[in-house]
Design a protein around this ligand. Structure first.
Ligand code: NAP
Length: 454
């Protein structure tokens, strides 16, 4: 049984019967059968279905945002923006997949040689709860446009979103079994990966989950794309517009109550800019109003579950015990629900959870450094490598640091990190491998086939 529990009230919204092992087998077989038909459909047909899906998302954005607010605590305006972004990724691949996947002619000694992109079959997606629609849509739009089919194992705390996604796809006019949701816990994922019809796996989630899934997929020689955790460094240099930087840093830290892989997590500030930046940053973090995600005035909801809230609080307590200082927040509020306040820690040093680990909630680590060189060293002093940002008025220098010196899958200058359907997204080191979105993303689950005519 999977349960939707409202993190604002602690009450169970609905329980969902899990699929049995036999039920899972039947679904995978049905999706695999559909693949043999779906792979031969035209781009025009897939694109029409995808554009219907986009229109449906736009028309239902308020009710889908309400579902997220109730099931995982996302504030309504962020939920609406998430659904609009899902519609965008559907439009992007509906309009561009055919062009991206055109045959590529390569000049050789043969009469004709070219590269063709062919679908692989049924792909398993294992997804997290933090952006319960976006994480799935950025996988499913390219996957279905490529001619693959898919099964989804969504996070156990968002079964309502998982079921809603399957219904949306059906309603948009896709074939019945082109995409199905498996209502299962993580214990059954191993069997799904081993099923012969599953050709590859995409996992977005924590690094331990990624390692576990990758080792099973590896034993079956099945390809993985892994989008894992992050501890994104934001470097603030002395020539930055510090007020603007503080605003963007706070927004990047507090989006989705801080529960984003690409949230700003470590703020590395050169000493000349430190006092002024900290003053503006504290003001911006304090300005957040956390409350019921369905209330218009709330800018931040609760965290998605009380165990996750307790986990981040423990990271704060352990860091403080080792010498970190709390500037604001750091205490569990005396109210019902999985709330945690915007929190700033300074004097954060190696050996503390706030330095070494991912902080998956509204807690900012502020680290003072001597100069730009030390800032780069600290930025890279992490096992993760997902996103990063640099705030400076010297754009040329910023670009140079971003391109050459930062070990991450992306680096933004003078803004917080965001994903975009047109740009590749993914990480290095313990943040995973492979890319989603853009032309690179759609090619991950394709047979890149060489054809040579003598
Ligand atoms: P999680 O515990 O790893 O769960 C993610 C998904 O993996 C869920 O569906 C979960 O199922 C499943 N899962 C967990 N352990 C598994 C295992 N051993 N074998 C198979 N499946 C397993 O992560 P989370 O707490 O939901 O999400 C937070 C993490 O995701 C953070 O580290 C965050 O940075 C990362 N994330 C990364 C990205 C990115 O794009 N790089 C985006 C969003 C989030 P159950 O729910 O049933 O356990």
């Amino acid at each position: 049984m999977l349960k939707s529990i409202n993190p604002t009230t602690g009450k169970t919204i609905k329980s969902y019967e899990s699929h049995s092992a036999k039920g899972v087998e039947q679904i995978i077989n049905a999706v695999d059968k559909t693949w043999h038909h779906w792979r031969n459909t035209t781009f025009k047909h897939r694109s029409d279905c995808m554009q219907n899906l986009s229109s449906l998302l736009k028309s239902k954005k308020t009710e889908l945002a309400q579902l997220m607010a109730l099931e995982m605590g996302k504030v309504k305006n962020e939920g609406i923006a998430e659904i609009e972004k899902c519609a965008w990724v559907c439009d992007y691949y509906a309009q561009n997949a055919e062009m991206i996947l055109e045959n590529e002619i390569i000049a050789t000694e043969a009469t004709r040689s070219f590269v063709s992109y062919q679908p692989l079959g049924t792909i398993l997606a294992v997804m997290p709860w933090n952006f319960p629609f976006w994480q799935v849509f950025r996988f499913l739009a390219p996957t279905l446009m490529a001619g693959n089919t898919a099964v989804l194992k969504h996070a156990s705390n968002v079964p309502g979103c998982a079921v809603a996604i399957e219904e949306l796809i059906r309603e948009a006019g896709f074939p019945e079994n082109v995409f199905r949701t498996l209502l299962i816990g993580s214990g059954l994922v191993k069997n799904v990966i081993k099923h012969p019809a599953i050709k590859a796996v995409s996992l977005t989630g924590s690094t331990p989950a990624g390692k576990s899934v990758a080792s099973i997929a590896g034993s079956q020689l099945k390809k993985c794309v892994l989008e894992l955790g992050g501890s994104d460094p934001y470097i603030i240099l002395k020539d930055a517009d510090l007020k603007d930087a503080a605003k963007k840093c706070a927004a990047g830290r507090l989006l989705n109550a801080g529960q984003s892989c690409i949230a700003a997590k470590r703020f590395i500030v050169v000493e000349d800019a430190y006092p002024e930046f900290l003053e503006h940053f504290t003001h911006e973090m304090n300005a957040a109003y956390f409350g019921d995600p369905c209330d218009e005035e709330s800018t931040m909801g609760p965290m998605a579950r009380t165990d996750l809230r307790d986990e981040i609080h423990q990271q704060v307590l352990d860091s403080v015990e080792k010498g970190a200082e709390v500037i604001i927040g750091g205490e569990i509020p005396l109210r019902k629900g999985a709330f945690y306040p915007p929190t700033i820690l300074e004097n954060v040093k190696p050996g503390m959870p706030a330095y070494d680990e991912e902080l998956f909630g509204p807690v900012a680590s502020v680290i003072k450094v001597k100069d730009e060189k030390e800032a780069i060293r600290v930025a890279n002093d992490t096992e993760f490598g997902l996103g990063a940002a640099i705030f400076t008025s010297n754009i040329k220098m910023g670009e140079n640091i971003a391109e050459i010196s930062i070990d991450a899958g992306c680096c933004f200058i003078n803004d917080f990190v965001k994903s975009d359907p047109r740009l590749p997204f993914g990480g290095i080191k313990e943040s995973g491998y492979g890319r989603e979105l853009s032309a690179q993303g759609i090619k991950e689950f394709m047979n890149i086939k060489t054809i040579v005519v003598k």
